[in-house]
Design a protein around this ligand. Structure first.
Ligand code: SAM
Ligand code: SF4
Length: 354
C-alpha cells in the first residue's frame, strides 16, 4: 500500500474482472488506503451547469448538437455570479462551472472568475471542453484553479468512433497544456462504453498514473434515447466499483468523486463508491428550472430537486457511507506540499523520538 508501488497492466486488468467476495475484498483494501490518506473526510464540490449549448456531436451525450429535442439555455454572467455567491454562503469552497462546448461565452466566464475571485476564496473548476492554449491562459490569469477534461477512453479507435469532431492527440495536448499552465488537472473515462474491453480500462488507469492527473472523474456510460448509442446496455455496477478501487490503489492520493451517474445506475451507488476508494462528492447546484435540460443520459437523478434538497440528500449519502462531509477546498497539490513540509519538519525537529 505505498505510493511507489508500480502496478502492471495484467494486475490491474485482474482487479477489474474480480467478482463476489474477491471484488468486495478489493473495495475494502481501496477504502482502507483512502481512510489512511484522508481519514473519513469527503470533500464536496457544487456543480453549476451554466449552459447546455454545444457545437459537438459526441455519440453518447444527450445534449449533443444534433439532439433537436433539447431546450437550449445559457445563464447570464451576473446570474452565474449570483449562484456562486449563494453556493459560497451555503458553505461550498469549490464550485465546478460546466457546459457544452462553444466559444461564445468564454470571455463572460473570464469576467465571472475575476469578479468572484476578487470577492471570496472559493476554488473554481472549469469543465468546458477543448479550448485554445490562449483561452486556458486567460482563465488561469483570471484565477481559475482547476480544469476537468475527460479523455473518455484511451482506446484511440474507440475514441474516434465516439467523437466525430475530436482528435485523440488534440485532447491529450489540451490536458498536457492545462497541467503545464498550473491548473490542477482532472480527467476521466466512462465505464462500459460499447466495444470497450477490460484491457482498455486497465490502460485508462495506467494513463492516469503516467500523467499524474489530480482528479479522476469516472462514471458508468448510461445510454440516452436521442443519441446514436440508444439501446445499448450499461455495465454491471460491480465493474464501476472495481474501477474506482483500482484507480485508488494505482494513483494513490488523487481526488476521486462518487458521481451522479453512479447513483443513476445503482441507487446507493455513491455510498458504495465512497466505501471503495472515492473521497469526493459533487452535488448538483444548478437551479432546478434548468436541470431537466441538462440530461446527458436517461433517468439522471436530482432533476426534480432544488439546491437545498440536493444538499440534504448529499449529506445523507455521505453519512450513510459512514463518512464526514467536509466543506473545504480539498486541493490535491496543496495537500501534497503540506505533507512534504510536515515530513521535512519532523525529520529536522530536535527532540523527536522518531
Ligand atoms: N462539454 C464538456 C466536455 O465534454 O468535456 C463538459 C460537459 S460533458 C456533458 C461532461 C461529461 O459528461 C463528459 O465528459 C462525459 O463523460 C459525460 N457524459 C456525457 N454523456 C454521458 C452518458 N451518456 N453517460 C455517462 N456520462 C456521460
Ligand atoms: Fe458537448 Fe461535452 Fe456532450 Fe460532447 S460530452 S456533446 S462536448 S456537452
Amino acid at each position: 500500500m505505498t505510493e511507489n508501488r508500480n502496478y502492471q497492466l495484467k494486475e490491474i486488468k485482474e482487479m477489474l474482472l474480480l467478482q463476489g467476495e474477491d471484488a468486495s475484498s478489493l473495495h475494502r483494501e481501496a477504502n482502507s488506503l483512502t481512510e489512511n490518506l484522508f481519514g473519513k473526510s469527503v470533500f464536496v464540490r457544487g456543480i453549476i451547469e451554466f449552459s447546455n449549448v454545444c457545437a459537438k456531436n459526441c455519440a453518447y451525450c444527450g445534449i449533443r448538437r444534433d439532439n433537436r429535442k433539447v431546450k437550449r439555455y445559457h445563464m447570464d454572467k451576473d446570474y452565474i455570479k449570483q449562484i456562486i455567491f449563494e453556493a459560497y454562503r451555503d458553505g461550498f469552497r469549490t464550485i465546478v462551472l460546466q457546459s457544452g462546448e462553444v466559444d461564445t461565452y468564454d470571455h463572460d466566464i473570464t469576467e465571472v472568475i475575476e469578479y468572484v475571485k476578487s470577492k471570496c476564496d472559493i476554488a473554481i473548476t472549469l469543465s468546458m471542453g477543448e479550448k485554445s492554449r490562449e483561452q486556458y491562459v486567460e482563465w488561469k490569469k483570471a484565477g481559475a484553479d482547476r480544469y476537468l477534461l475527460r479523455i473518455e477512453t484511451t482506446n484511440k479507435k474507440l475514441f474516434k468512433t465516439l467523437h466525430p469532431d475530436d482528435d485523440y492527440e488534440n485532447r491529450l495536448k489540451s490536458l498536457l497544456t492545462l497541467k503545464e499552465l498550473g491548473f490542477e488537472a482532472g480527467t476521466g473515462v466512462m465505464i462500459g462504453l460499447p466495444g470497450q474491453t477490460a484491457e482498455d480500462m486497465a490502460n485508462d488507469i495506467l494513463f492516469f498514473k503516467e500523467h499524474d492527473f489530480d482528479m479522476l472523474g469516472v462514471g458508468p456510460f448510461i445510454p440516452h434515447n436521442d443519441t446514436p448509442l440508444k439501446g445499448h446496455t450499461s455495465t454491471a455496477f460491480e465493474k464501476v466499483l472495481n474501477f474506482v478501487s483500482a484507480m485508488r490503489l494505482v494513483t494513490y492520493d488523487t481526488n476521486i468523486p462518487a458521481t451522479t451517474s453512479m447513483a443513476t445506475l445503482e441507487r446507493d451507488g455513491r455510498e458504495m463508491a465512497l466505501n471503495a476508494g472515492a473521497n469526493v462528492i459533487m452535488p448538483n447546484y444548478t437551479p432546478q428550472i434548468y436541470r431537466e435540460s441538462y440530461k446527458l443520459y436517461e433517468n439522471k437523478i436530482c432533476t426534480d430537486e432544488d439546491a437545498e434538497r440536493t444538499m440534504e440528500l448529499t449529506r445523507a449519502t455521505v453519512e450513510n457511507a459512514g463518512k464526514v462531509l467536509v466543506m473545504e477546498r480539498g486541493d490535491r497539490r496543496a495537500r501534497r506540499d503540506e505533507q512534504k513540509q510536515c515530513a521535512g519538519t519532523s525529520v529536522n525537529r530536535p527532540g523527536d523520538s522518531n
